[in-house]
Structures are given as structure tokens and as C-alpha cells.
Design a protein around this ligand. Structure first.
Ligand SMILES: Nc1nc2c(ncn2[C@@H]2O[C@H](COP(=O)(O)OP(=O)(O)OP(=O)(O)O)[C@@H](O)[C@H]2O)c(=O)[nH]1
Ligand SMILES: [Mg+2]
Length: 903
């Protein structure tokens, strides 16, 4: 009696066998055993029902060999199960019954099987890791082949089997398995997870697929297939945001994946952000705050209680600020949205750069202040939750903004940012430091009194740095350059020192980064759309250093105000408050850049004028040169402000801008007057030195003549004259170039002047009558007192009104240097006057003089300098009005300067 035994039972099928002839119990098939079999009496019920078209064993072509574990179709697999329960030499009757869901028999297959030969194999549990790995790889390959044949179920079985072999290797003993094999094992595991996930997706088992992908990603973060499949799973599970993150990651890792791109499109829209204009300029040069948008952004439930990290970029317009911010956006997406830790954040090679609006051309693009509408959420190492904001700003010094606009934008950016990037082109220049000082100072004034440093991290960013051999690109070179630029040393002018100290005192951290030029396409091509292929490698390399330096999780700096980190909702209030201050009237209008420039111009004009003055004073006749005083050591240049005075004046900052216009007037006048002065060169020949030299020559000639004529008196006289004039010349030159023995040189000047006026000039004018008019002017300056001056001014004004056309008559024959010197004389004079009526009267008269003279604006400036600077204490000798009246030089100079004809 044959006994039936159950080989395997499941609801959908049942396998039984009956032994007809027993075999050798010591030889049984194991995994990978090669079995030679013979099938007979094969019967199918319901022949029309085809359960498995793929069965090899039941096919006509079956060769009689079965290798255990190699079956793919499920009938073959069932037959394998039967073989695994047979012994070598055994013959059995096998029956497989297939049922439907209602447990009704659909089909029954029966046959007799004879197991003729079996190769002996080890039990799988005794296999070495190498054999297990080999088997896993083999089954994986078979599975892939089945996938290609679209036999997903069979493939799934192979992959599962392969996975079981891999799992059997564990626990992995690293001493036994080399690194390469370990890597191979991990790699195979990831592939199997992926393949299984693929099959599960085909079976619409999305959660199972998700789990398998998660496992693959846990082993390999950047596995594109796993990400892609997980994205599909998420998508099918309607988890769109997660799907979007994965597909973005796929695009970054595999930019050429067109399918991924197509897939990305619908979900990409879900996370679209934009530059949100929170502050816009109004036509009247005030700023409008979009409180609603700002509140929506900062007061949103998931953001409001997070600390703020705000990175802003400010600086001159058209210098690539917005362009740079768009790379920041890429980094932030990569790191805080996609949670990727690698450095492949620059994005696809051919993707246009998007985000904050940027463009080429020469016209300004960004106006007001913009925040990116999607703050990035991050958790700092200390567990603090932050929201990262990016801020784009209106460029300074475009042709439409006033200095106040610039200062407001810059100051606001400084006040609300935790990191302010000061975007510069090519270098850190002195004027850029001045602007920084001016603007941040403006912000500091607007801030309520804060303890310590008012602002946080100032990052200088030098674009298009072109001398990497001096300071290399990047942070290291930048820091060295910055140190150099902000260096304070002893010999530096006080003004430069103050500037540097102030900048250092405003910010708690200063750093600098040098970026190379991004390439000609970026800077000059109209078609350039930001794709990476058009950008120089060096630039990209530096971006990879710069951006993480500012935005990597461990480098994030939350905004701190008065020692407290600022929450997003608080930032909202602060911005509102600041805007009120900036749009209100309490703040002083910042000194205009024009003024600042004028101030600089003025100072350079002073030094220029000083040089010209010194130079030309040597050219003009002695009487004009201040009665023989040395221009180097005498009263001329000494009347100009000292450098210290200049420095002090700039510190209090009230040199009015109109000085610049005075400077230009002066230049014009200077050119005209110099031409005139040059025409006097013939007369200039007879300055003190020339007169003394002429006397020396005359003495020599006389002595020679006396000697020739044997006229000893003449010879002695000649020698005496020659010796005296030689001595006088030496003394005069000594005095002139050292400033010593001033009185001696004055006497010599007087002497030379007298000689020239009464002896030499009359002779010359006899010979050259055309010089007579110039000489008239030159000899006419002489004022004895203020009264004289006033009287003469009155005369002059009368003259002017009666003779409008003859303007030349009123033009002072003065050089630039002299005019400037006269102005300073006037300042000293005015500064010394007390408030007496006499003084006021004098001032009025002087003003009238200036009006009459046509150099009013220039001179008004001089008054303003004095009047507006209340805390300016010129270091003047204490002299009374009376003394001033007696100070002949003032009157002389005023008279000369004003061109007052004096008899
Ligand atoms: N030379 C140079 N050009 C750059 C650099 N970065 C960007 N650009 C180009 O500069 C131009 C202006 O870029 P934007 O980002 O719009 O400049 P911006 O400073 O924001 O300009 P405004 O918004 O007008 O203030 C574009 O043509 C960019 O291609 C750089 O580092 N060097
Ligand atoms: Mg811009």
C-alpha cells in the first residue's frame, strides 16, 4: 500500500507524493544539486487551463536535468520541492493541485518521477561566504534577465533568493572578508533592495517598495535608482512633498535623467518660491513696507518661533549680487530641503540659474529689499531651531537713488541681517570703506543705544579678484587682504585710522573672501542664462568654499540683538520699527556722497593748491609774494590749515559740498591768471634774486671797466657792488630756503622792489611800453587799514556798477594758491573777530566785496566752514580786532584778492 505524504500545502495549491520505489536515503538533493530525472505518466486535468506556460520540466524540450534552486516557473519550483524530498534512486507518484480563491480545484497535475542521479552538495548552512556571495550574484543576474523578459514574479523570486544568500553571510566577519568583498556585498544588497522595490512597484505594493527603497538609501544615500523608485512610491502614496525632494535629488545627482525631470515637474510647483518684495522705494524717495507679506512670511506658524538666520547681500549695483544669491538658494535647497550632505549642490550643468531675479546689462535690476519667500528650516548643533532667510538688496549708487536711499537700504540690511555680505568689485577700495562707514553709521544712529558692537558678521566679498598671486582666492587670501586694508599704523593719517577703527568697532566679526572672475560668458554674453557649463571652473570651486562657509549647518549664525537671539516674529516688529525711523524725520539726512566727495576734493585741492601756491609764489613778483616772506616757511603756506585741522574738520564732518564748486571756479580762474602771470615773466625776471644777480653782474662789469680804463674808484665801486650783491644774494637765498633771518630777506626784498620799481622797470617800460598796464595793477595794491579797505571797496563797487562790461578790471591777478591762501587768511580773520558791531560791519562789507567780485559762492563757502562748525577751535593767536586792523598783511591780501584798485 502506497503511502501519500504532503510535500507542501498552501491555500492555492497542495503538493503530495507517494513513494513507488524507495531510493538511497543517504543521497538526497540539496541546493545546487544536479538531478537527473525521468518523468512518466504526466497528466493534466482541465487541459485547457494553462497554469504556467513557462515550465521547463513539463515542456517537450526538457533534457531530464534539474539543478535545485534554478527553477523559475512556479510549476518547476513545485516539482523541485518534490525532488528535494526524494532520495537518489527513488520513484514516486507526485500530485499538484491548484485551487482558486474559493478553494475549488482549478487544475491537477500528476506524474511519476524517477530520481536517477544526484550530485552531492553541502547544506547551504555549511557554505562559505564566498559561495554564498557567488550564489547571490548568480540569482540576482537571473532575476535581471527575467525582468527583461517581463517575468516580474519569477524575477522577484530570484531576487528574494539572492537576498537570502546574502543574509546568510551575516554576521560579516571583517577579519575573514576583505574590503573589496565587503563593498561588493553592500553593493549587491542595495541592488537587490532596488530590484525588489522595482518588482513591488510593479505589483503596486507601494509601501513595501518604500520600505525597500529606504533600506537601499540607508546603505547608499545617493543611490539614484533608490531615490527615483522611492519618489515613485511616494508619488503613488500621494506624499508629493517627499516625492519632490527625492526627484530633485535625482536631478542633482543625475542631471541628464530626462524621465526624472518630467516626473519632477508636477510636484516642483508645490515648492516654488520667489523673491518677496518686502520694502519698495516710493517716487518721493521714502520706502514702503509690505507689512502683510512680511507678516505672512515671518509670522507663519512653522516659522514664527524659530530663531532667524538672515543672510543679506549689499553693495554697488550691477555687481552680481542676485546672481550669487541664487547659488545660495541651490545650496540651501540641497542641504536643508533635500537633506543631502554631499557637495553636489551646484546643480545640473545645463540648468538656467533661477531664484532672485538677475540679469545682464547696465541698468539696475533689484529695487528695495527682497526676502526669499520660503525660509529654510534647520536645526543647529545645539538643538536650536532656525529659519534661514536670504535677502537681496537694491544696489547702491545707481542713477536713480539718493544718498539717503542708499544709506537706508544699506543700513536696514545691516541692522536686520546676521551676516551682511558687502559685495565689491575687484578690490577693497578706500571709498568703499568710507561708504561702509557712512551707511553703517547711519544704521547705528537709527538703532537705539545698544551695548557692545551693534552689528554682527560683515563678510567682504571681492568679485573678479585678479591677483591671486598676491592674495590667493578664497577665505585665506581674503582675510590677508582685509587685514592689510584695515591695518592701523602710526604714520597713518588720523582720518584713515578713525575710519578703520570705526569699521572694526561696528561689527563683531569681519571676514573677506576673494572670488575669481566667473568667465567672459557670465560677464558679457547676452545669452548667458546662468548654466554651469558657461562658468569658469575656478569660480565654481570657490563658490563651493564660500557658500558652505556661510550656510553650512555648523556655520549658521542666528541674528542676535541685545544679547538675545531674534525670533522670526520679533524680526517682524523690528523691521516695522526701523522703517518708521527711516521714513520719519528724526534721523539726520546723511551727509551726501557729493558732500563727502566734495570734502575729499577740497582736501586734495588744498594740498594741490598748496603746491601750486608754493610754486607760483616763486614766480610772481616779490611784492605779491607777501613782502618777501618765504613761501615755504613764511605766512603763505602757514595760513593753510594744518593736516591736523583737516582731520578734525573731517571728523566733525561739516565741510559743505559747495567747496567743490569753489574749487572748480578756482581752477578756471587759476588757468586764466596763470596765463597772465606767465605773461609777466619778463617782469618776474626782476624778482629779488634777479635784481641781486643783475647787481652782481653790474658790479663785475663796472670793476672790469674800471680795471680796463685804469679808473680805480670805478673798479673799487664795481667790486664792492659785486661783493655786496653776492653776499645779499646768499643771505636772501639762505633765508628763503630755510625760513631763518626773515627780516633780512624782507629788507632785501624791499630793496630789490624799490630798485626794480624805480630803476629797472622804468627802463624796461621805456623799451617795452606794452607791459605798462600790468605793472599798473601790480603796483596798486596797498591798504593801510580796514577803513581804507571799506572805502576802496565802495569805490570799487561804484566802479563796477558804472563799468559792467569791463570785468577784467575787477579780476584779481591772483594765482590759485594765493586765492586759497587769502581765503584762509580771511577765515583766520573772521574767526578772530568778536561779536562786536565793528566785526559784524566788517563781515558785511567783506560779503559785499565778495558779491561784487563774482566769487561769492566760493567765499560763502569759507564763511560756512567757519559758521557751521561750532566746535571747531582754530588754533589762532589771540588777536583783537584792533590788532587785526593793524595787521597789514590781511588788508593787503584782501585787497589784492578782491582786485581793489588802491591808489
Ligand atoms: N564680472 C562679473 N560679472 C558677474 C559676476 N556675477 C554675476 N555677474 C554678472 O553680472 C550681471 C549682473 O548680475 P545681477 O546679479 O543682476 O547683479 P546685481 O548686483 O544684483 O544688480 P542690481 O540688482 O542691478 O543691483 C549679470 O550679467 C551676471 O552674469 C561676477 O562675479 N563677475
Ligand atoms: Mg540684483
Amino acid at each position: 500500500m502506497l503511502q501519500e505524504s504532503i510535500v507542501s500545502t498552501r491555500p492555492d495549491r497542495e503538493i503530495t507524493k507517494k513513494i513507488i520505489t524507495p531510493g538511497d536515503y543517504s543521497i538526497v538533493p540539496y541546493e545546487e544539486s544536479r538531478c537527473k530525472i525521468e518523468l512518466s505518466n504526466v497528466r493534466h486535468t482541465n487541459e485547457d487551463v494553462n497554469i504556467d506556460v513557462e515550465s521547463r520540466i513539463l515542456s517537450k524540450n526538457f533534457d531530464g536535468v534539474v539543478i535545485i534552486g534554478e527553477a523559475d516557473s512556479f510549476i518547476d519550483k513545485d516539482l523541485e520541492l518534490i525532488l528535494q524530498q526524494m532520495c537518489c534512486g527513488e520513484t514516486c507518484f507526485a500530485r499538484i493541485v491548484y485551487k482558486n480563491q474559493n478553494c475549488e480545484i482549478v487544475k491537477e497535475i500528476s506524474c511519476e518521477i524517477e530520481l536517477k542521479e544526484v550530485t552531492e552538495e553541502q547544506l547551504v548552512s555549511d557554505w562559505s561566504w564566498a559561495r554564498l556571495l557567488e550564489a547571490a550574484a548568480h540569482h540576482k543576474e537571473r532575476g535581471v534577465a527575467l525582468i527583461q523578459e517581463k517575468r516580474v514574479v519569477d524575477a522577484f523570486r530570484r531576487f528574494s533568493k539572492a537576498f537570502k544568500f546574502l543574509v546568510a553571510i551575516e554576521p560579516v566577519n571583517p577579519e575573514e572578508i576583505n574590503d573589496e568583498s565587503l563593498h561588493e556585498i553592500k553593493d549587491l544588497k542595495v541592488k537587490l533592495y532596488n530590484n525588489l522595490a522595482h518588482c513591488q512597484l510593479q505589483f503596486c505594493e507601494y509601501e513595501a517598495a518604500l520600505e525597500l527603497c529606504n533600506r537601499a538609501i540607508s546603505l547608499d544615500n545617493d543611490n539614484v535608482k533608490a531615490l527615483y523608485r522611492r519618489c515613485t512610491a511616494y508619488h503613488c502614496l500621494k506624499m508629493y512633498e517627499d516625492a519632490w525632494k527625492d526627484i530633485q535629488r535625482v536631478i542633482i545627482l543625475n542631471p541628464n535623467d530626462k524621465a526624472a525631470r518630467t516626473k519632477a515637474e508636477p510636484s516642483e510647483k508645490l515648492l516654488e518660491g520667489k523673491g518677496l518684495q518686502i520694502i519698495s522705494p516710493r517716487p518721493d524717495h521714502t520706502f514702503e513696507l509690505d507689512e502683510r507679506s512680511l507678516a505672512e512670511l515671518l509670522d507663519s506658524p512653522d516659522i514664527r518661533n524659530r530663531s532667524v538666520v538672515l543672510v543679506a547681500v549689499a553693495g554697488a549695483f550691477r555687481k552680481g549680487k542676485s546672481f550669487l544669491l541664487d547659488f545660495f538658494l541651490r545650496y540651501l535647497h540641497h542641504t536643508y530641503v533635500l537633506n543631502s550632505k554631499d557637495d553636489n549642490w551646484l546643480g545640473p550643468e545645463d540648468e538656467p540659474l533661477q531664484g532672485f531675479s538677475w540679469r545682464g546689462g547696465s541698468e539696475r535690476n533689484t529695487t528695495g529689499l527682497l526676502l526669499w519667500s520660503q525660509p529654510f528650516k534647520a536645526t543647529l548643533e545645539n538643538g536650536e531651531k532656525v529659519a534661514i532667510f536670504l535677502m537681496d538688496t537694491q544696489g547702491t549708487f545707481d542713477s536713480e537713488s539718493t544718498v539717503r536711499d542708499n544709506a537706508t537700504v544699506f543700513a536696514l540690511s545691516t541692522m536686520i541681517s546676521s551676516v551682511l555680505i558687502y559685495n565689491l568689485s575687484q578690490n577693497i577700495e578706500e571709498d568703499e570703506l568710507q561708504h561702509l562707514q557712512l551707511f553703517t553709521d547711519y544704521g547705528r544712529v537709527a538703532l537705539e543705544k545698544t551695548e557692545g558692537k551693534p552689528f554682527q558678521h560683515l563678510q567682504f566679498l571681492v568679485r573678479d579678484w585678479s591677483v591671486p598671486y598676491e592674495y590667493p582666492y578664497g577665505l585665506e587670501g581674503g582675510m590677508k587682504l582685509l587685514e592689510k586694508r584695515l591695518e592701523v599704523h602710526e604714520n597713518q593719517h588720523e582720518e584713515l585710522k578713525t575710519l578703520r577703527r570705526e569699521i572694526r568697532s561696528f561689527f563683531s566679526q569681519l571676514s573677506c573672501f576673494l572670488l575669481p572672475h566667473p568667465g567672459m560668458k557670465v560677464a558679457t554674453s547676452k545669452e548667458f542664462n546662468g548654466k554651469l557649463t558657461d562658468i569658469d571652473e575656478e569660480f565654481k570651486k570657490c563658490l563651493k568654499e564660500l557658500v558652505p562657509y556661510l550656510l553650512a549647518p555648523h556655520n549658521l549664525q542666528p541674528k542676535v540683538l541685545s544679547g538675545q537671539t531674534l525670533k522670526a516674529k520679533e524680526l517682524l516688529y523690528y523691521i516695522q520699527a526701523y522703517m518708521e525711523v527711516f521714513n520719519g524725520t528724526e534721523l539726520p539726512v546723511p551727509q551726501t556722497i557729493l558732500e563727502a566727495t566734495a570734502q575729499a576734493n577740497n582736501l586734495s585741492a588744498v594740498s594741490e593748491a598748496r603746491e601750486v601756491y608754493e610754486c607760483l609764489m616763486e614766480e610772481v613778483p616779490p611784492r605779491e609774494a607777501g613782502g618777501g616772506a618765504s613761501p615755504r616757511a613764511g605766512q603763505g603756506p602757514a595760513l593753510l590749515p594744518t593736516q591736523e585741522e583737516d582731520g578734525r574738520r573731517r571728523q566733525v564732518g561739516d565741510v559743505p559740498g559747495t567747496v567743490a564748486s569753489g574749487h572748480y571756479e578756482l581752477e578756471e580762474q587759476f588757468e586764466r591768471l596763470r596765463a597772465q602771470n606767465e605773461s609777466k615773466s619778463l617782469l618776474n625776471m626782476f624778482g629779488t634774486s634777479a635784481v641781486l644777480a643783475a647787481l652782481l653782474v653790474v658790479g663785475c662789469v663796472l670793476s672790469m671797466l674800471g680795471d680796463t680804463l685804469a679808473f680805480s674808484i670805478l673798479e673799487v665801486l664795481g667790486k664792492t657792488v659785486a661783493l655786496l650783491s653776492l653776499g645779499a644774494l646768499v643771505v636772501w637765498m639762505y633765508s628763503r630756503f630755510t625760513g631763518h633771518m626773515r627780516e633780512a630777506s624782507e629788507i632785501l626784498d624791499e630793496f630789490a622792489m624799490t630798485l626794480r620799481t624805480y630803476c629797472i622797470l622804468p627802463v624796461i617800460l621805456q623799451i617795452f611800453p606794452e607791459y605798462s598796464s600790468i605793472d599798473d595793477k601790480m603796483t596798486s595794491y596797498e591798504i593801510e587799514s580796514i577803513e581804507d579797505l571799506i572805502e576802496n571797496v565802495n569805490n570799487s563797487q561804484n566802479d563796477t556798477s558804472s563799468d559792467d562790461e569791463d570785468e577784467d578790471e575787477l579780476t584779481p591777478v591772483l594765482s590759485n594758491g594765493e586765492a586759497l591762501s587769502a581765503v584762509y587768511d580771511l577765515r583766520r580773520y573772521v574767526a578772530s573777530l568778536d561779536e562786536s558791531e565793528d566785526a559784524m560791519q566788517t563781515l558785511n562789507y567783506v560779503e559785499n566785496l565778495l558779491i561784487a567780485n563774482g566769487t561769492k559762492s566760493f567765499c560763502q563757502t569759507c564763511y560756512k566752514i567757519y559758521h557751521r562748525r561750532e566746535d571747531y577751535q582754530p588754533e589762532l593767536p589771540q588777536i583783537t580786532t584792533k590788532e587785526i586792523r593793524d595787521e597789514k598783511w590781511i588788508h593787503v591780501k584782501l585787497g589784492r584778492w578782491l582786485g581793489v584798485p588802491i591808489s
